[in-house]
Design a protein around this ligand. Sequence first.
Ligand code: ADP
Ligand code: MG
Length: 353
Amino acid sequence: MADNFNKTDVNELGEFGLIDRLTQEFVTENPSTHKGIGDDAAVLKMGEKALLVSTDMLIEGIHFDLMYTPLKHLGYKSVVVNLSDIYAMNGQPKQITLSIAISSKYTVEALEEFYEGVFLACKNYKVDLIGGDTTSSPKGMSISVTAIGEADLEKVVYRSGAKPGDILCATGNFGAAYLGLQILEREKQIYLSNPGIQPDLENQDYIVGRQLRPEAGRQTIGYFEKHGFRPTAMIDVSDGLTSDLFHICRQSGVGAYIEEGKVPIHPDTEKMALQFNMDPITAALNGGEDYELLFSIDPSDLEHVRYMPGVFIIGEITKADDGIKLHTTGGNIHDMQAQGWNHFKNNNPSKDN
Ligand code: ADP
Ligand code: MG
């Protein structure tokens, strides 16, 4: 690393450019590698079955701040964000491995608290903790979770299956986790400049909860199974609704539009966005860490989705030439801009899961 002359700064490529650059030479050798890099989870072919594998890392100071993150919630979230990627493939998570690197500031009791959250998530989602690794770190804590799931191979849903005319749907609501983080950050700054002041989190339970203790889309997958249909494409929304829609569009070779008025936003999110002088739709489209599912369905499955609890029809898949657009409530049509999450530049602990 002595001479960085003529070397490329990682910021230049962005996260996805960097992954592409580092992995472009790799070709898969094993027929069991059905889908390698590029989706929410890898798909391994085991006869008629698929084994789904996904890994995420959480780093102290980048993805979480222990000043306002209870360790139990952190344990819970570390598991759930990984299960979310398995659901995004229309699979059922079954096992996790969990590795931690910790500095000496962590006590046994603190780690037990973290594991209480891990335990609770495993119990709630019926997954087994089957291994991991424990090591020391010069500073702070790093967490890496690998989730393993199962599906019938033919039922796996990829980011790449959307086609023009498909209906674009989303579960839950958007922007809450982002605004929850803004509140936590605001209260942290107030506390740091005046430790005598108690944090004002009153009535913010919902959005703060969405940041600290997210849930993943188990019911959605159960509904698809029960009603005998599946999306044409699906992704979990970790980077932001717009950014993750771009992944579907790029990998499916399609365009899309979202109707601004149809994007579900919780009333608490709306209120808090306005307090932060932000348009609620901006938070909803670009916030990230929602861990909702964004999916497209064939129009012939519309009846199934109409009655699906907590699911909203937010737009449509179009031809690639039509671009990726926002139809505003005022009747205008804008190009959507993926904010392109870049965690090398921005130390905002949200996103990038
Ligand atoms: P998600 O947001 O759903 O967790 P990512 O955006 O993190 O997905 O990753 C996109 C794809 O790139 C995934 O298939 C992931 O496994 C792969 N990937 C990410 N980082 C690396 C890496 N360092 N080496 C190889 N593959 C990677
Ligand atoms: Mg994902």
